[in-house]
Design a protein around this ligand. Structure first.
Ligand SMILES: [Zn+2]
Length: 69
């Protein structure tokens, strides 16, 4: 059985784990709708965050982030 979590916002994709290379901050995001969860948030519940807002708030762009397997 997979432990992957279906996006609770759109239900269209699995959420994936990512890390900000510089700070090491970890977050989860849905590739389909770009919803984003911080590590401290419950991934099974809706989120107000979006990837673009998160990146902007950290002053970084997508290449500053790497996927965590
Ligand atoms: Zn989604």
């Amino acid at each position: 059985m997979s432990s992957r979590i279906v996006c609770s916002h759109c239900g269209q994709d699995w959420i994936e784990k990512y890390r900000v290379k510089e700070s090491g901050e970890v977050f989860w995001a849905c590739p389909d709708c770009e919803s984003l969860w911080l590590e401290s948030q419950k991934k099974e519940e809706e989120t107000d965050l979006y990837i673009s807002e998160f990146l902007e708030s950290r002053g970084i762009t997508w290449p500053s982030v790497e996927k965590v397997d």
